[in-house]
Design a protein around this ligand. Structure first.
Ligand SMILES: Cc1ncc(COP(=O)(O)O)c(C=O)c1O
Length: 509
């Protein structure tokens, strides 16, 4: 009885539905019919029952049988003749290729990578992540639940409808012209860049831009300076170029140009002057001038990574380094990962004109193919229609509120043990731990399901980072931030109880 209920067979067709398999019924009908056609049980020119008759026979809906026949027709197994019905095609499509044996297993020996490949695999994790919605204090992502998906879907459908055959071709080099124009205008007014659309080169996120610049400007073994502590994604990009990474200390005014001056033969330096990652320091104006003077003197390149500076809380905007550069030594790298969403994978480089021309020439050799055209077109519309500026304004309010919640909760629950540094930009804050070790607190926090990084996770040299935590607040709703601070307090207490000797904090002024 159960078997009769669980299975249904068609009287006139080789179809046996298994109602308990969990597979879609239309997929089962499609599979059985296709198998019968390939095995010549249903021969070419055989007439197939109508969708209505088949549905009645199998006790399924007509939509189900229609879906199965549509797929067989699309794949070339069936044809319809107007007025006379559906038939097995006279010429069948190529039979599916079936390769014997299971896929290779992980028991196979590990492939031997290049030294560079091995270095990349062994690279530093950028942030701790627990699967699921953002935990306190997730780093590196915006408030994704606030993204205006309906608006984006409307723009996307408009862009798809407007696509011409030209838009389906390989890109013309440098990226969608409308997007380049929109970015040039936006960054001129919001970031103080000196930019013309002809200098903009669209990339698959900042990371692809950094990798491209490393590959184009550095030879293997060339010396490239980075901030220490700094952003591990930059180290990876430079490793891809087989560059020699030279760590330069960061103090209260940003990267130490005096320390950079002491290094010989540095060809390129990567900096985050508007909001140093991870310390949050903003590079002072004298330091910016000194850095530009260094580049002009040695003929070096400055790569300015301006990753999250659309979000300011009460801080006066100061022009980016690229806007102060009169010698064409600064290459600006921007991203939409924080201002829109990271899976968009769109960023851009603003390059001095002569370098831009070389990047376009290189793109013709497929070193860095253009990101998907449709995504670029939607983003261009989003910016040009004013929706981007509106989204940024709304998100600034949300992030400002989250930062206040974090600051207040830490002061209330953890005053005296964790000191928040003033945060005026971006989506993460830095907090100094007093009397307990940050690495131990981060590990104890992880056991309690928090996503907390010690500042030292971003240091290349011993002692380059203070005894502090990096706390992301942008992705975390206020109630989860409040609870997170309470859980963090318990983690700190647990470490204090274990009474390990704590290091003395060295604070960035
Ligand atoms: C310092 C820094 N630069 C760049 C990026 C963004 O990279 P992408 O555009 O590849 O997502 C991040 C992301 O976390 C970052 O923290």
């Amino acid at each position: 009885m159960l078997d009769a209920m669980a299975r249904r067979a068609a009287a006139s067709l080789p179809i046996h539905l298994d109602l308990q398999s969990g597979d879609d019924l239309h997929e089962q009908i499609y599979r059985d019919l296709r198998r019968a056609i390939i095995a010549r049980i249903l021969r070419p020119h055989t007439r197939i029952a109508s969708t209505r008759a088949m549905a009645a026979d199998l006790c399924v809906s007509r939509t189900t049988t229609q879906l199965a026949l549509d797929k067989l027709q699309a794949e070339g197994y069936l044809i319809t003749r107007r007025g006379s019905g559906t038939f097995v095609a006279p010429e069948l499509p190529d039979p599916p290729l079936v390769v014997a044996g299971p896929p290779p297993t992980s028991a196979l020996p590990a492939p031997s990578l290049s030294r560079r490949g091995a270095q990349i695999v062994a690279g530093r994790q950028i942030a701790r992540r627990v699967a699921g919605p953002a935990r306190a204090f997730r780093l590196g992502v915006p408030a994704l639940e606030q993204f205006p998906s309906t608006l984006w879907a409307r723009l996307a459908s408009r862009c798809v409808a407007a696509m011409t055959p030209r838009d389906l071709d390989y890109g013309r080099g440098g990226g969608n012209p409308a997007l380049r124009a929109a970015i040039a205008e936006h960054t001129r007014s919001s970031r103080g860049t000196r930019s013309d659309p002809a200098q903009i080169y669209i990339t698959g996120g900042a990371q692809r831009g950094l990798e491209l610049l490393g590959r184009m400007l550095l030879d293997p073994g060339d010396r490239a300076a980075v901030e220490d502590p700094g952003y591990p994604g930059v180290w990876t990009a430079l490793t891809c170029a087989s560059a020699q990474i030279v760590p330069i200390p960061v103090d209260g005014e940003g990267l130490s140009v005096a320390a950079l001056e002491r290094e010989r033969g540095v060809r390129l330096v990567c900096v985050t002057p508007s909001h140093q990652f991870p310390t949050g320091v903003r590079m002072s104006l004298p330091r910016r001038r000194a850095l530009l003077a260094w580049a002009a003197r040695v003929g070096g390149w400055i790569v300015e990574d301006d990753y999250d500076c659309e979000f300011r809380f009460g801080a006066q905007p100061i022009p980016c380094l690229q806007g102060l550069d009169a010698d064409g030594r600064v290459i600006y790298v921007g991203t939409f990962s924080k201002s829109i969403f990271p899976a968009l994978r769109l960023g851009f480089v603003i390059a001095p004109p002569a370098l831009h021309a070389q990047l376009i020439a290189a793109q013709r050799t497929m070193t860095d193919p253009e990101p998907p055209h449709l995504d670029q077109a939607v983003l261009a519309e989003f910016i040009a229609s004013g929706q981007f500026a509106r989204h940024l304004r709304r998100m600034r309010g949300i992030y400002g509120e989250r930062l206040t919640v974090l600051d207040d909760s830490v002061a209330r629950v953890l005053g005296g043990r964790l000191a928040m540094r003033p945060t005026r930009t971006g989506l993460h804050a830095v907090a100094d731990l007093i009397g307990v070790d940050a690495a131990q607190v981060a590990a104890e926090s992880a056991r309690r399901g928090l996503e907390v990084m010690p500042l030292a996770a971003y240091a290349l040299r011993d002692g380059a980072a203070d005894n502090a935590l990096v706390l992301g607040f942008g992705a975390v709703p206020p109630d989860r931030l409040r609870r997170g601070v309470e859980d963090l307090a318990e983690a700190i207490e647990a470490v204090e109880r274990s009474r390990d000797p704590a290091p003395t904090a060295r604070r960035i002024a």
